[in-house]
Design a binder for this molecule. Structure first.
Ligand SMILES: Cc1ncc(COP(=O)(O)O)c(C=O)c1O
Length: 390
Protein backbone atom coordinates (compact mmCIF):
# COMPACT_ATOMS: atom_id res chain seq x y z
CA UNK A 1 0.00 0.00 0.00
CA UNK A 2 1.30 3.50 -0.80
CA UNK A 3 1.78 5.68 2.21
CA UNK A 4 0.62 9.33 2.21
CA UNK A 5 3.66 11.62 1.85
CA UNK A 6 4.50 13.46 5.09
CA UNK A 7 3.06 17.02 5.27
CA UNK A 8 6.57 18.50 5.00
CA UNK A 9 7.10 16.82 1.64
CA UNK A 10 3.75 18.05 0.37
CA UNK A 11 4.68 21.56 1.41
CA UNK A 12 8.02 21.33 -0.36
CA UNK A 13 6.50 20.14 -3.60
CA UNK A 14 3.41 22.36 -3.75
CA UNK A 15 5.47 25.13 -5.13
CA UNK A 16 3.48 28.31 -4.77
CA UNK A 17 0.28 29.17 -2.92
CA UNK A 18 -2.70 30.73 -4.80
CA UNK A 19 -1.32 29.59 -8.14
CA UNK A 20 -2.21 26.99 -10.73
CA UNK A 21 -2.03 23.51 -9.27
CA UNK A 22 0.43 21.33 -11.12
CA UNK A 23 2.17 18.09 -10.50
CA UNK A 24 4.81 17.91 -13.19
CA UNK A 25 7.90 19.51 -11.67
CA UNK A 26 8.54 22.05 -14.43
CA UNK A 27 7.37 25.65 -14.23
CA UNK A 28 8.12 29.24 -15.19
CA UNK A 29 8.29 32.00 -12.60
CA UNK A 30 7.36 35.52 -13.56
CA UNK A 31 8.63 38.24 -11.27
CA UNK A 32 6.12 41.09 -11.26
CA UNK A 33 8.46 43.45 -9.45
CA UNK A 34 11.12 43.02 -12.15
CA UNK A 35 8.50 43.85 -14.79
CA UNK A 36 7.66 47.05 -12.88
CA UNK A 37 11.36 47.81 -12.52
CA UNK A 38 11.86 47.58 -16.30
CA UNK A 39 8.78 49.66 -16.99
CA UNK A 40 10.14 52.34 -14.66
CA UNK A 41 13.58 52.23 -16.33
CA UNK A 42 11.97 52.68 -19.74
CA UNK A 43 9.83 55.55 -18.49
CA UNK A 44 12.97 57.27 -17.20
CA UNK A 45 14.19 57.31 -20.79
CA UNK A 46 11.12 59.15 -22.05
CA UNK A 47 10.03 62.76 -21.96
CA UNK A 48 7.25 63.36 -19.44
CA UNK A 49 4.44 63.46 -21.96
CA UNK A 50 5.63 60.54 -24.13
CA UNK A 51 3.17 57.69 -23.86
CA UNK A 52 4.08 54.03 -23.65
CA UNK A 53 2.36 51.12 -25.36
CA UNK A 54 3.80 47.87 -23.99
CA UNK A 55 3.88 45.14 -26.61
CA UNK A 56 2.28 42.24 -24.77
CA UNK A 57 1.72 40.03 -27.77
CA UNK A 58 2.42 36.30 -28.09
CA UNK A 59 1.50 35.71 -24.46
CA UNK A 60 3.85 38.56 -23.48
CA UNK A 61 6.71 36.90 -25.37
CA UNK A 62 5.92 33.67 -23.53
CA UNK A 63 5.76 35.29 -20.09
CA UNK A 64 1.98 35.27 -19.60
CA UNK A 65 -0.01 37.95 -21.42
CA UNK A 66 -3.00 38.76 -19.23
CA UNK A 67 -0.95 38.78 -16.03
CA UNK A 68 1.55 41.31 -17.33
CA UNK A 69 -1.13 43.39 -19.08
CA UNK A 70 -2.81 43.71 -15.69
CA UNK A 71 0.48 44.79 -14.12
CA UNK A 72 0.99 47.41 -16.84
CA UNK A 73 -2.53 48.66 -16.23
CA UNK A 74 -1.85 48.78 -12.51
CA UNK A 75 1.22 50.91 -13.25
CA UNK A 76 -1.01 53.46 -14.96
CA UNK A 77 -0.29 52.50 -18.57
CA UNK A 78 -3.29 53.10 -20.80
CA UNK A 79 -2.23 51.45 -24.07
CA UNK A 80 -1.16 47.91 -24.98
CA UNK A 81 -0.39 46.13 -28.24
CA UNK A 82 -1.31 42.53 -29.04
CA UNK A 83 -0.87 40.60 -32.24
CA UNK A 84 -4.28 39.04 -32.78
CA UNK A 85 -7.96 39.42 -32.06
CA UNK A 86 -7.75 36.31 -29.89
CA UNK A 87 -5.13 37.92 -27.66
CA UNK A 88 -7.18 41.11 -27.41
CA UNK A 89 -10.32 39.16 -26.49
CA UNK A 90 -8.36 37.25 -23.84
CA UNK A 91 -7.25 40.56 -22.30
CA UNK A 92 -10.80 41.92 -22.30
CA UNK A 93 -12.05 38.73 -20.60
CA UNK A 94 -9.34 39.21 -17.99
CA UNK A 95 -10.74 42.68 -17.26
CA UNK A 96 -8.09 44.74 -19.05
CA UNK A 97 -9.51 48.19 -19.74
CA UNK A 98 -6.55 49.74 -21.61
CA UNK A 99 -6.71 50.82 -25.24
CA UNK A 100 -5.65 47.68 -27.07
CA UNK A 101 -4.10 47.90 -30.53
CA UNK A 102 -4.18 44.76 -32.68
CA UNK A 103 -0.96 44.76 -34.70
CA UNK A 104 -1.75 41.98 -37.19
CA UNK A 105 -3.56 42.93 -40.37
CA UNK A 106 -7.17 41.97 -39.68
CA UNK A 107 -8.34 39.60 -42.37
CA UNK A 108 -10.90 38.94 -43.76
CA UNK A 109 -12.37 42.46 -43.37
CA UNK A 110 -15.54 41.03 -41.75
CA UNK A 111 -13.35 40.33 -38.70
CA UNK A 112 -13.22 44.08 -38.11
CA UNK A 113 -16.60 43.58 -36.46
CA UNK A 114 -14.99 41.28 -33.92
CA UNK A 115 -12.45 43.98 -33.06
CA UNK A 116 -15.19 46.57 -32.61
CA UNK A 117 -17.38 44.21 -30.55
CA UNK A 118 -14.52 43.82 -28.05
CA UNK A 119 -13.44 47.44 -28.14
CA UNK A 120 -10.10 46.56 -29.77
CA UNK A 121 -8.39 49.07 -32.05
CA UNK A 122 -7.55 47.60 -35.45
CA UNK A 123 -4.40 48.42 -37.41
CA UNK A 124 -5.33 49.39 -40.93
CA UNK A 125 -3.03 49.78 -43.89
CA UNK A 126 -5.07 49.33 -47.04
CA UNK A 127 -7.71 51.44 -48.75
CA UNK A 128 -9.99 48.39 -48.78
CA UNK A 129 -9.78 48.18 -44.98
CA UNK A 130 -10.56 51.90 -44.66
CA UNK A 131 -13.65 51.39 -46.83
CA UNK A 132 -14.70 48.31 -44.85
CA UNK A 133 -14.35 50.26 -41.61
CA UNK A 134 -16.36 53.15 -43.03
CA UNK A 135 -19.08 50.73 -44.10
CA UNK A 136 -19.15 49.16 -40.65
CA UNK A 137 -19.27 52.57 -38.95
CA UNK A 138 -22.29 53.55 -41.04
CA UNK A 139 -24.03 50.25 -40.29
CA UNK A 140 -23.36 50.51 -36.56
CA UNK A 141 -23.98 54.25 -36.53
CA UNK A 142 -20.86 54.63 -34.43
CA UNK A 143 -17.54 56.41 -34.95
CA UNK A 144 -14.82 53.77 -35.24
CA UNK A 145 -11.20 54.30 -34.21
CA UNK A 146 -8.17 52.73 -35.83
CA UNK A 147 -4.42 53.17 -36.22
CA UNK A 148 -2.93 53.52 -39.70
CA UNK A 149 0.31 51.62 -40.30
CA UNK A 150 2.96 52.83 -42.73
CA UNK A 151 5.60 50.51 -44.12
CA UNK A 152 8.72 52.66 -44.18
CA UNK A 153 11.07 49.71 -44.58
CA UNK A 154 9.91 46.66 -42.67
CA UNK A 155 8.27 45.06 -45.70
CA UNK A 156 5.60 43.32 -43.66
CA UNK A 157 2.26 45.07 -43.21
CA UNK A 158 1.56 48.79 -43.64
CA UNK A 159 0.88 51.10 -46.55
CA UNK A 160 3.92 51.96 -48.62
CA UNK A 161 4.65 55.72 -48.37
CA UNK A 162 3.58 56.27 -52.00
CA UNK A 163 0.12 54.79 -51.29
CA UNK A 164 -0.22 56.43 -47.89
CA UNK A 165 -1.06 59.91 -49.20
CA UNK A 166 -4.23 58.97 -51.08
CA UNK A 167 -5.41 56.74 -48.22
CA UNK A 168 -4.87 59.63 -45.79
CA UNK A 169 -6.95 61.91 -48.03
CA UNK A 170 -9.77 59.40 -47.91
CA UNK A 171 -9.42 59.09 -44.11
CA UNK A 172 -9.56 62.88 -43.74
CA UNK A 173 -12.75 62.98 -45.81
CA UNK A 174 -14.52 60.24 -43.84
CA UNK A 175 -15.96 61.59 -40.58
CA UNK A 176 -17.44 58.17 -39.68
CA UNK A 177 -13.98 56.85 -38.84
CA UNK A 178 -11.21 58.30 -36.69
CA UNK A 179 -7.50 57.67 -37.15
CA UNK A 180 -6.46 57.92 -33.52
CA UNK A 181 -2.95 56.68 -34.24
CA UNK A 182 -0.41 56.34 -37.03
CA UNK A 183 2.64 54.13 -36.77
CA UNK A 184 5.55 52.46 -38.47
CA UNK A 185 7.94 49.68 -37.42
CA UNK A 186 11.74 49.70 -37.62
CA UNK A 187 13.45 46.72 -39.20
CA UNK A 188 17.05 47.33 -38.13
CA UNK A 189 16.91 49.71 -35.18
CA UNK A 190 19.28 47.34 -33.35
CA UNK A 191 21.99 47.37 -36.01
CA UNK A 192 21.65 50.07 -38.68
CA UNK A 193 21.25 53.74 -37.68
CA UNK A 194 21.43 54.96 -41.28
CA UNK A 195 18.49 52.89 -42.51
CA UNK A 196 16.57 53.63 -39.28
CA UNK A 197 17.06 57.33 -39.88
CA UNK A 198 15.66 56.95 -43.42
CA UNK A 199 12.63 55.14 -41.98
CA UNK A 200 12.18 57.81 -39.34
CA UNK A 201 12.37 60.62 -41.90
CA UNK A 202 10.01 58.91 -44.29
CA UNK A 203 7.48 58.48 -41.47
CA UNK A 204 7.93 62.10 -40.31
CA UNK A 205 7.01 63.33 -43.81
CA UNK A 206 3.78 61.35 -43.78
CA UNK A 207 2.94 62.46 -40.23
CA UNK A 208 3.37 66.08 -41.35
CA UNK A 209 1.17 65.51 -44.37
CA UNK A 210 -1.57 63.94 -42.22
CA UNK A 211 -1.42 66.83 -39.73
CA UNK A 212 -1.77 69.30 -42.58
CA UNK A 213 -4.95 67.47 -43.57
CA UNK A 214 -6.25 68.36 -40.11
CA UNK A 215 -5.99 64.84 -38.67
CA UNK A 216 -5.26 64.55 -34.94
CA UNK A 217 -3.56 61.35 -33.83
CA UNK A 218 -0.77 59.73 -31.80
CA UNK A 219 2.36 58.96 -33.85
CA UNK A 220 4.43 55.98 -32.72
CA UNK A 221 7.35 54.00 -34.05
CA UNK A 222 9.99 53.00 -31.50
CA UNK A 223 10.55 49.39 -30.49
CA UNK A 224 12.99 48.70 -27.65
CA UNK A 225 16.13 49.08 -29.74
CA UNK A 226 15.06 52.41 -31.23
CA UNK A 227 13.86 53.63 -27.85
CA UNK A 228 17.27 53.20 -26.24
CA UNK A 229 19.38 54.09 -29.26
CA UNK A 230 17.73 57.25 -30.54
CA UNK A 231 15.36 59.55 -28.66
CA UNK A 232 14.27 61.09 -31.96
CA UNK A 233 12.25 57.93 -32.58
CA UNK A 234 10.09 58.45 -29.47
CA UNK A 235 7.45 60.74 -31.07
CA UNK A 236 4.16 60.72 -29.10
CA UNK A 237 4.38 57.11 -27.92
CA UNK A 238 6.87 54.22 -27.82
CA UNK A 239 6.14 50.48 -28.27
CA UNK A 240 8.68 48.46 -26.29
CA UNK A 241 8.43 44.70 -26.01
CA UNK A 242 11.60 42.73 -25.25
CA UNK A 243 13.08 45.33 -22.87
CA UNK A 244 9.99 45.20 -20.65
CA UNK A 245 10.76 41.56 -20.05
CA UNK A 246 14.31 42.49 -19.07
CA UNK A 247 15.91 40.98 -22.14
CA UNK A 248 18.46 42.72 -24.29
CA UNK A 249 17.15 44.35 -27.49
CA UNK A 250 20.65 44.58 -28.96
CA UNK A 251 24.21 43.53 -28.24
CA UNK A 252 25.69 45.31 -25.22
CA UNK A 253 22.37 47.04 -24.40
CA UNK A 254 23.16 46.44 -20.74
CA UNK A 255 25.90 49.09 -21.04
CA UNK A 256 23.14 51.63 -21.75
CA UNK A 257 20.44 50.41 -19.41
CA UNK A 258 20.29 47.77 -16.71
CA UNK A 259 17.13 45.70 -16.95
CA UNK A 260 16.01 42.72 -14.90
CA UNK A 261 14.94 39.47 -16.56
CA UNK A 262 11.34 38.82 -15.56
CA UNK A 263 11.28 35.10 -16.36
CA UNK A 264 12.97 32.14 -14.72
CA UNK A 265 12.41 28.57 -15.86
CA UNK A 266 12.67 25.92 -13.18
CA UNK A 267 12.26 22.20 -12.68
CA UNK A 268 13.01 19.58 -10.07
CA UNK A 269 15.09 16.45 -10.34
CA UNK A 270 12.70 13.51 -10.48
CA UNK A 271 15.20 10.65 -10.87
CA UNK A 272 18.91 10.07 -10.27
CA UNK A 273 21.08 7.11 -11.13
CA UNK A 274 24.70 6.24 -10.57
CA UNK A 275 26.18 4.77 -13.73
CA UNK A 276 29.57 3.34 -14.68
CA UNK A 277 32.05 4.78 -17.18
CA UNK A 278 31.09 4.00 -20.77
CA UNK A 279 27.34 4.31 -20.08
CA UNK A 280 25.23 5.88 -22.84
CA UNK A 281 22.45 8.39 -22.18
CA UNK A 282 19.33 9.19 -24.24
CA UNK A 283 18.31 8.69 -27.86
CA UNK A 284 21.09 8.21 -30.36
CA UNK A 285 23.53 7.36 -27.52
CA UNK A 286 25.34 10.64 -28.20
CA UNK A 287 26.50 11.06 -24.60
CA UNK A 288 28.86 8.46 -23.14
CA UNK A 289 30.14 8.80 -19.58
CA UNK A 290 33.90 9.05 -19.28
CA UNK A 291 33.87 8.07 -15.57
CA UNK A 292 31.46 6.76 -12.99
CA UNK A 293 28.73 9.40 -13.06
CA UNK A 294 25.53 10.63 -11.50
CA UNK A 295 22.87 11.25 -14.11
CA UNK A 296 19.69 13.06 -13.10
CA UNK A 297 16.45 13.40 -15.02
CA UNK A 298 14.26 16.51 -15.17
CA UNK A 299 10.72 16.58 -16.57
CA UNK A 300 11.48 19.11 -19.31
CA UNK A 301 11.62 18.36 -23.00
CA UNK A 302 11.24 19.85 -26.42
CA UNK A 303 7.45 19.65 -26.08
CA UNK A 304 7.89 22.27 -23.35
CA UNK A 305 9.92 24.44 -25.73
CA UNK A 306 13.30 23.37 -24.41
CA UNK A 307 14.94 23.04 -27.78
CA UNK A 308 16.48 19.80 -28.95
CA UNK A 309 19.37 21.95 -30.19
CA UNK A 310 20.41 22.33 -26.56
CA UNK A 311 21.26 18.60 -26.44
CA UNK A 312 24.81 18.09 -25.14
CA UNK A 313 25.40 21.87 -25.32
CA UNK A 314 23.49 23.80 -22.66
CA UNK A 315 23.98 23.89 -18.91
CA UNK A 316 21.44 24.05 -16.11
CA UNK A 317 22.02 25.03 -12.49
CA UNK A 318 21.76 22.64 -9.57
CA UNK A 319 22.74 23.66 -6.05
CA UNK A 320 24.32 26.79 -7.55
CA UNK A 321 26.57 24.84 -9.91
CA UNK A 322 26.51 24.47 -13.69
CA UNK A 323 25.61 20.96 -14.87
CA UNK A 324 25.69 19.99 -18.53
CA UNK A 325 22.81 18.46 -20.47
CA UNK A 326 23.69 14.80 -20.99
CA UNK A 327 22.58 13.43 -24.33
CA UNK A 328 19.61 14.43 -26.42
CA UNK A 329 16.75 16.45 -25.04
CA UNK A 330 13.70 14.20 -25.44
CA UNK A 331 10.07 15.19 -25.80
CA UNK A 332 9.24 15.31 -22.10
CA UNK A 333 12.47 14.63 -20.21
CA UNK A 334 16.09 15.69 -20.23
CA UNK A 335 19.08 14.19 -18.49
CA UNK A 336 21.78 16.23 -16.77
CA UNK A 337 25.19 15.25 -15.50
CA UNK A 338 25.24 16.02 -11.78
CA UNK A 339 28.44 14.16 -10.99
CA UNK A 340 30.30 15.91 -8.20
CA UNK A 341 27.35 18.03 -7.02
CA UNK A 342 27.51 17.56 -3.27
CA UNK A 343 24.33 16.20 -1.73
CA UNK A 344 22.39 16.25 -4.99
CA UNK A 345 19.08 14.46 -4.64
CA UNK A 346 15.60 14.01 -6.06
CA UNK A 347 13.50 17.13 -5.54
CA UNK A 348 16.43 19.51 -5.99
CA UNK A 349 15.45 22.64 -7.86
CA UNK A 350 17.02 23.07 -11.29
CA UNK A 351 17.31 26.41 -13.09
CA UNK A 352 17.07 26.14 -16.87
CA UNK A 353 16.88 29.93 -17.13
CA UNK A 354 17.61 32.08 -14.12
CA UNK A 355 19.88 32.50 -11.15
CA UNK A 356 21.12 30.14 -8.45
CA UNK A 357 23.72 31.47 -6.06
CA UNK A 358 26.40 33.23 -8.08
CA UNK A 359 25.55 31.47 -11.33
CA UNK A 360 23.10 32.54 -14.00
CA UNK A 361 21.74 30.96 -17.18
CA UNK A 362 20.64 33.82 -19.41
CA UNK A 363 18.09 33.58 -22.19
CA UNK A 364 20.81 34.95 -24.48
CA UNK A 365 23.07 32.01 -23.60
CA UNK A 366 20.43 29.53 -24.82
CA UNK A 367 19.64 31.71 -27.85
CA UNK A 368 23.29 31.63 -28.88
CA UNK A 369 23.44 27.83 -28.71
CA UNK A 370 20.20 27.61 -30.69
CA UNK A 371 21.49 30.14 -33.23
CA UNK A 372 18.47 32.35 -32.67
CA UNK A 373 17.36 35.45 -30.79
CA UNK A 374 16.27 35.79 -27.16
CA UNK A 375 12.70 36.55 -28.33
CA UNK A 376 12.32 33.06 -29.78
CA UNK A 377 13.58 31.27 -26.67
CA UNK A 378 10.91 32.66 -24.33
CA UNK A 379 8.14 32.64 -26.95
CA UNK A 380 8.83 28.93 -27.47
CA UNK A 381 8.12 27.93 -23.86
CA UNK A 382 4.96 26.00 -24.45
CA UNK A 383 1.57 26.50 -22.89
CA UNK A 384 1.85 23.32 -20.87
CA UNK A 385 4.51 24.88 -18.65
CA UNK A 386 2.63 26.63 -15.81
CA UNK A 387 3.43 30.30 -15.31
CA UNK A 388 3.71 31.19 -11.64
CA UNK A 389 3.65 34.82 -10.63
CA UNK A 390 5.98 35.72 -7.80
C1 LIG B 1 4.86 46.34 -34.57
C2 LIG B 1 5.74 46.08 -33.39
N1 LIG B 1 6.01 47.08 -32.57
C3 LIG B 1 6.82 46.91 -31.49
C4 LIG B 1 7.38 45.68 -31.23
C5 LIG B 1 8.29 45.52 -30.03
O1 LIG B 1 9.59 45.24 -30.41
P1 LIG B 1 10.71 44.90 -29.31
O2 LIG B 1 10.26 43.66 -28.66
O3 LIG B 1 11.94 44.71 -30.12
O4 LIG B 1 10.77 46.05 -28.38
C6 LIG B 1 7.13 44.61 -32.08
C7 LIG B 1 7.76 43.31 -31.82
O5 LIG B 1 7.98 42.47 -32.60
C8 LIG B 1 6.28 44.82 -33.19
O6 LIG B 1 6.00 43.81 -34.04
Amino acid sequence: MTKEPPPEAVKKFSIVKRQPVFFRQNWVEIDKSDFHFNLKKIREYLAKDTKIMPVIKANAYGHGGAVLAKEAQRAGVSYAAVSSLEEGIEFRSAGIKMNILVLDAIFPPENLQVAIAHNLTPSVSKMSAVLALEDLAVRLNKKLNFHFEIDTGMGRVGARPEEAYSILQKIAQTPEISMTGMFTHFSVADTDPVFTRAQRESFAKIVKYAKNLGLKFIAHAANSAALFKDKRTHLDMVRPGISLYGLSPFKYAERLVKLKPVLSWKARITAIKRVPAGFCVSYGRTFVTSRESLIATIPVGYADGYSRQLSNKADVLVRGKRCPIAGRVTMDMTMIDVTGIKGVSCGDEVALIGVQGKEQIKVDELAKIQDTINYEVTCAISQRVPRIVV
